[in-house]
Design a binder for this molecule. Structure first.
Ligand SMILES: [Zn+2]
Length: 237
């Protein structure tokens, strides 16, 4: 099964929080997207076992993406050889042009591990001759796959970025992002203002780039375009 884009996040709700608007927008444009959670996010603060998995399915349905779970352990995700090879295998299975990982995470150790795992996996996925590598049999027999781009959305547990590579205007689909996040009733307590703060951050970056709501990204390698007219107008030219 191949996909246009692969999103690898530590927990269910990470991708929705960081880039839910972008996912809704790309899905609307017809992209086939697989969102992979490294773990199931259990246990959750305000819910029973299994609830978060149901909420994750609902959030993916709202955004128009497919979803899978890699089955690592919540709170104990580490950048291991096994995890790198498993994600590299996934990349080779899905053959995406675009991979979205986790960017510059330092607060939550699962996020920090996820960032390293995805970076390594994108590199390993494009290498051949795994049958000559001790411990590399998981990738033997698969064709190498080089992705076009590895992008990192901003993790909202981290301080805001003062610089980023690009922003996606998600104003038109912001209701859909809100609806996807609202599906996670076991994570966001009613008295918690977290969803308001997420909204505020997307508005803040929207203000910086001259739109109502924006999600920001860094790029693993320098951006290049055939045609500079593809850019939307800048707020100050
Ligand atoms: Zn997370």
């Amino acid at each position: 099964m191949t996909y246009d884009a692969l999103v690898v996040a530590a927990h269910p709700d990470d991708a929705e929080t960081q880039m839910g608007g972008t996912l809704a927008k790309l899905a609307q444009k017809g992209q086939r997207i697989l969102l992979v959670d490294l773990c199931d996010g259990e246990p959750t603060e305000f819910g029973e076992p299994g609830e978060r998995a149901e909420q994750a399915v609902e959030a993916a349905r709202i955004l128009g993406v497919e979803r899978a779970c890699l089955g690592l352990r919540d709170r104990l995700i580490v950048d291991s050889l096994e995890a790198r090879l498993e994600v590299a295998r996934l990349i080779r299975d899905c053959q995406p042009r675009w991979v979205y990982g986790t960017g510059d995470a330092s607060v939550h150790p699962d996020h920090a591990a996820a960032a390293q795992i995805v970076r390594a996996a994108v590199f390993l996925a494009r290498l051949g001759k795994w049958d000559h590598v001790a411990g590399g049999t998981r990738l033997a027999g698969q064709d190498p796959w080089a992705v076009d781009r590895l992008f990192f959305p901003h993790c909202k547990m981290e301080p805001p970025w003062s610089t980023f590579a690009f922003a996606v205007d998600v104003s038109a689909v912001y209701d859909r992002k809100r609806a996807a996040l609202a599906a996670y009733a076991s994570i966001f307590a009613k008295e918690d203002r977290l969803l308001e703060f997420y909204d505020a951050e997307d508005q803040y970056f929207g203000r910086m780039v001259g739109v109502k709501y924006a999600e920001i990204y860094r790029s693993h390698s320098p951006l290049v375009v055939e045609d500079p007219t593809v850019f939307a107008p800048g707020i100050h030219g």
